[in-house]
Design a protein around this ligand. Structure first.
Ligand code: HEM
Length: 307
């Protein structure tokens, strides 16, 4: 967990209150990424992480995992193709009942540097009645929202959960047995095999298109993703979610995730807090990363209390 001083004036209660006010209240659902589908999975490391970390699930043995794919909106019944950002949350099941999470999305950077700016941005986009193009120009002209402007302008929603590319956005430190630290970002890169390369053609007719597409792909065998680490070099920004590292930074594949079958409980009770890390991994000081822990706990408390 974080040893970062609490320098953030926004509380999780205020953030979730604001999300509920702006996006609507759907009591039993996650306050963001409300619609999702849960699977059992297996992670098979390939040994390539050994020089960087002592984290056992990234080293030599297969680890079972719970995976939830989601649409980022707070509405549990969205028009799927209009939700630009999709999520992939993976909870590795470690020995002695412990877990660790990688909770990623299909964009490589976040839209704001701080949680306060994120909530301001939500307010701008939901309560502002101007045209989308006018809101975009507000972003373009405000340096705090410049990253958001570039993302929103270029975003292409994935047509399938199984062919999306997912990014951790935040950096983490891997720590090896010599106590050396290497800052990395994680990515899930889809392995699109010819047997499940079919295009998802029902996007505009089926309100459950991405879920049905994934279940169809699974009929031909596991849907698989490579786990990549991208290695920072000196001078790369570690604690700013809006900064992408240069594409020239080395990426290493450290294992493969196989999505095996649907979970009967749909991963409803899981909380994929991205700050829960085992020995061998450390969170960066990114304020958005640390705020997520508090926001997810508050959202989980509210949805679980209403069941
Ligand atoms: C200040 C920034 C953020 C806030 C306030 C926020 C808030 C939330 C909340 C309230 C939930 C529901 C949690 C639950 O009930 O279990 C959630 C889920 C999620 N968030 Fe965020 N989030 C933020 C940033 C991010 C970032 C940067 C990413 C990606 C790197 C991300 C990816 C996800 C994903 C994938 C889920 C779904 C997890 C699941 O399947 O349970 N979020 N977020």
């Amino acid at each position: 967990m974080s040893n970062v001083p609490n320098r953030c004036p926004l509380t999780a209660v205020e953030a979730i209150d604001t999300i509920e006010k702006l996006a609507g209240l759907f009591p039993a659902y996650r306050r963001a990424h409300a619609k999702g589908i849960g699977f059992d999975a297996k992670f098979s490391p390939n040994g390539c992480a050994a020089p960087y970390t002592t984290a056992s699930h990234l080293l030599h043995q297969d680890t079972s995992a719970i995976v939830r794919f989601s649409h980022s909106t707070s509405n549990p019944n969205p028009t799927e193709q209009l939700v630009s950002v999709k999520g992939m949350a993976v909870q590795f099941q470690l020995p002695e009942g412990k877990v660790t999470n990688l909770t990623m999305v299909t964009i490589p950077v976040f839209i704001t540097k701080t949680p306060e700016e994120f909530i301001q941005l939500l307010q701008l986009f939901t309560s502002d009645k101007r045209l989308f193009s006018q809101k975009l120009s507000t972003l373009k002209n405000n340096p705090n929202f410049h990253a958001a402007f570039t993302i929103l302008k270029n975003i292409i929603p994935p047509k399938s959960f199984g062919t999306g590319h997912y990014y951790s956005i935040h950096a983490y430190y891997l720590i090896n047995d010599q106590k050396q630290q290497q800052a990395v970002k994680f990515e899930w890169e889809p392995i699109v095999e010819s047997k499940n390369q079919t295009e998802n053609t029902s996007l505009f007719t089926n309100r459950n298109a991405l879920e049905d597409d994934l279940l169809n792909r699974l009929k031909d065998g596991p849907v698989r993703f490579k786990l990549l680490i991208q290695l920072a070099q000196p001078g790369d920004s570690i604690d700013d979610s809006t900064q992408k590292w240069p594409d020239t930074r080395e990426k290493i594949c450290i294992g493969t995730l196989s999505i095996l079958g649907r979970r009967a409980d749909n991963a409803e009770s899981q909380v994929f807090d991205p700050t829960i890390v085992p020995d061998g991994i450390l969170c960066s000081d990114d304020p958005v990363l640390h705020f997520r822990a508090k926001a997810y706990a508050e959202s989980a408390k509210r949805r679980q209390n209403s069941l």
